[in-house]
Write a protein of this length. Structure first.
Length: 101
């Protein structure tokens, strides 16, 4: 008898386990329903999260592991942690800290 893995997420409409594409569509639907402006997508939110992790001191390998990139990948460093002019990562953290107090 084969061991069958239990699925964490289930698509009731399609009556099958959720795949990554389903997650993307669900997140996009949530983004639209909450009124987040048009240019923001699941990818831009993910990129912002990776940049914030690096700005908060997470190593490149830690971010790679958390985001399921290869540990020695430079994708995060090259594409997602790119402050422009001044360090905008610090500005985002300061804004977040002001809103939390």
């Amino acid at each position: 008898m084969k061991h069958k893995l239990q699925q964490l997420w289930w698509n009731f409409a399609k009556k099958k386990p959720v795949i990554s594409n389903d997650c993307s569509h669900i997140l996009l639907d949530i983004i639209k329903k909450t009124g987040i402006p048009e240019p923001y997508t699941s990818s831009s939110i993910r990129h912002a999260m990776m940049t914030r992790l690096r700005a908060a001191g997470a190593s490149q390998q830690e971010v790679n592991s958390f985001t399921r990139h290869a540990l020695n990948s430079t994708v995060v460093f090259i594409y997602y942690n790119r402050p422009i002019g001044r360090n905008l990562n610090k500005v985002l953290i300061q804004i977040n800290e002001r809103h939390q107090t």
